[in-house]
Design a protein around this ligand. Structure first.
Ligand code: GSH
Length: 347
């Protein structure tokens, strides 16, 4: 069971069909990398490699938080390509299709190193121990929390506090609702197996988006007046909304661009260093439209939507807020970690 304690929602390959709806298989490798190493894996610079496909919203969170906190030197990153087959994500973007640090083509190999009979989905994000080549954890919700709380010795100077103690209870409530209703809510629409389950999923998603639209009309960020982990979690779904979820997953009451507060909020974050510079819209589209054969049997990837709007002024400063609190924005994206030119209005 994941650290979210939830098995609600849907998952592409690790899902189980329950009647016409879907239930996400929320069993993960929940070993933690901690300061005291109580699970056998202490925080140690250079010891681990984060594997995170840019296409995946859950993996995208880890790329954002790693960059906001400045963990690039302590934790290297491997970036599988946008698509995968029934076996595994692959490092098809790397020279010869092999991750230069792990020396593998299939991410599956790192899972099988951990457990030769690994029975579940080969998912990203995953953190792999470089020396053993074995996956340590793929517990996506815990990974970013641990970046904030266990890797503090390696945070950059000026790293923001993404889990401010004063707001933690409220954050947990907000993140919980965002997870079940929005992050998973779009999948629940897209993978619905009957009209009835789709209708229900659609209503449930839009109830939550209406709540967020209202909440973000009067406040710049989800909780408090700085960016937090809650914003990271909502942002990765919003970035995929018009390119993918609106059409491919039939979440089409409105586009993100038709929701004034949410669209301005998403642009504000997109234009904040550490958020938009992790987004590869081309990889995102490739992933969903190619991998989900049953939803899109032709595999045709749409050319649109036009993305120029992401860089237009958002005017959210008028709501106040201090994005990085007492901290500072991260510096430029590292060489070798930039989004491919032409794949985003920022790239
Ligand atoms: N958050 C996900 C875990 C991460 C995840 O689902 N990643 C997807 C990509 S967006 C994945 O790796 N799918 C490959 C597979 O399941 O085989 C979950 O709740 O199950």
């Amino acid at each position: 069971m994941s650290s979210d304690g939830s098995n609600d929602g849907e998952h592409r390959t690790s899902y189980t069909t329950a009647g016409a709806g879907y239930t996400r298989d929320a069993r993960y490798i929940t070993t933690r990398i901690t300061r005291d190493g109580e699970d056998g894996y202490p925080v140690e610079p250079g010891r681990y490699r984060l594997v995170a496909a840019r296409a995946c919203p859950w993996a995208n969170r880890t790329l954002i938080v790693r960059r906001l906190l400045g963990l690039e030197d302590a934790l290297s990153v491997g970036l599988p390509g946008p698509t995968h087959d029934d076996r595994s994500w692959t490092f098809d973007l790397d020279p010869d299709g092999v991750d230069p640090v792990l020396g593998i083509h299939f991410l599956r190999d790192a899972y099988l190193r951990r457990d030769p009979g690994y029975p579940l989905g080969i998912t990203v994000p995953a953190i792999v121990e470089v020396s053993s080549g074995a996956v340590v954890t793929n517990d996506f919700a815990q990974i970013t929390l641990d970046f904030s709380t266990e890797w503090t010795d390696y945070h950059r100077e000026g790293a923001p506090d993404l889990l401010p103690a004063a707001h933690r209870d409220e954050m947990d409530q907000v993140m919980r609702r965002i997870y079940t209703e929005v992050n998973n809510g779009v999948y629940r629409c897209g993978f619905a197996g009957s009209q009835e389950s789709y209708d229900e999923a659609y209503d449930r998603l839009w109830t939550a988006l209406d709540w967020l639209e209202e909440r973000l009309t009067s406040q710049r960020y989800l909780v408090g007046d700085t960016i937090t982990e809650a914003d990271v979690r909502l942002f990765t779904t919003l970035a995929r909304f018009d390119p993918v979820y609106h059409g491919h997953f039939k979440c089409n009451r409105q586009k993100l661009t038709e929701l004034p507060a949410l669209w301005a909020y998403a642009r504000d974050l997109f234009q904040t260093p550490g958020f938009g510079d992790t987004i590869d819209f081309e990889q995102i589209k490739q992933h969903y439209y190619v991998v989900h054969h049953d939803v899109n049997p032709t595999g045709i990837v749409p050319k649109g939507p036009n993305l120029a709007g992401w860089l237009t002024p958002h005017h959210r400063e008028q709501l106040g807020g201090r994005p990085f609190g007492d901290g500072t924005p991260p510096g430029p994206v590292r060489d070798g970690e930039r989004v491919t030119a032409g794949h985003s209005p920022l790239a």
